[in-house]
Design a protein around this ligand. Structure first.
Ligand code: SAH
Length: 215
């Protein structure tokens, strides 16, 4: 790491703390995962800026603060199995893999799923399984999940995900219209019922129905 890079990484961690992330395990995970490997090569110089960035297929890698915040709200423990919908670059999955027993991540673009799988394997994140598929259907064969995180915005909570969330499980999901006001919601399942807490306003790419026909 050059001097410049280590200053950027220190500022990155300071920004997360300043913006209110306090969970030490989450901060450690954010510190450990090298974001420069998850952005496009031409953006590597900005990997530690607190901003979302374009990735292939017209998608985005989320802003680091949002990744840390969603992870903190998810309250992941080391015996948990986590389902992520929207693998994208694989960055959020890598952060989760530092905290959970196992991460299963679904992506509708095969190109993105394949690239993320290769990237995660190269970086030795061996407890993540990337699946090309439709997040609206979840991954029923391995349900229930202790935690579910959705990193694309839906108008409503997909029914299959509700069903695949374990009792006492937590789901964090951006809810709202594609172009309008989206709220990050935390849903807690108690005796089969979901309790909803609105957390912060957010802006995510839409959760699109079906497997992508295009690559
Ligand atoms: N978590 C990602 C950011 C993802 S952006 C990261 O850390 O980089 C949202 C992703 O959700 C996009 O890659 C998009 O293709 C994917 N997506 C949208 N609708 C989907 C669906 N129905 N099933 C699975 N993935 C979906």
């Amino acid at each position: 790491m050059t001097g410049d890079e280590s200053v950027q990484r220190m500022e990155f961690m300071l920004t997360l703390r300043r913006r209110g992330i306090t969970d030490q395990a989450v901060l450690r995970a954010m510190d450990e995962v090298p974001r420069e490997h998850f952005v496009e090569a031409q953006h590597a110089g900005f990997a530690y800026a607190d901003q979302a960035m374009p990735i292939p297929c017209g998608q985005t890698i989320s802003q680091p603060f949002i990744v840390a915040y969603m992870t903190e709200q998810l309250q992941v423990r080391d015996n948990h199995r986590v389902l992520e919908v929207g693998t994208g670059s694989g960055y959020q999955a890598a952060v989760l893999s530092r905290l959970a027993r196992e991460v299963i991540s679904i992506e509708r673009y095969r190109t993105l799923a394949d690239a993320a799988r290769t990237r995660l394997k190269t970086l030795d994140y061996n407890n993540v399984d990337v699946v090309a598929g439709d997040g609206f259907a979840g991954e029923p064969s391995r349900a229930p999940y202790d935690r579910i995180i959705v990193t694309a915005a839906a108008e409503n909570v997909p029914q299959a995900l509700t069903e695949q969330l374990a009792e006492d499980g937590i789901m964090v999901i951006p809810l709202g219209p594609q172009e309008g006001h989206q709220e990050l919601a935390r849903l807690t399942k108690t005796k089969g019922w979901l309790k909803r807490d609105n957390l912060i306003p957010v802006r995510f790419v839409p959760l699109l129905p079906g497997r992508a026909r295009e690559l």
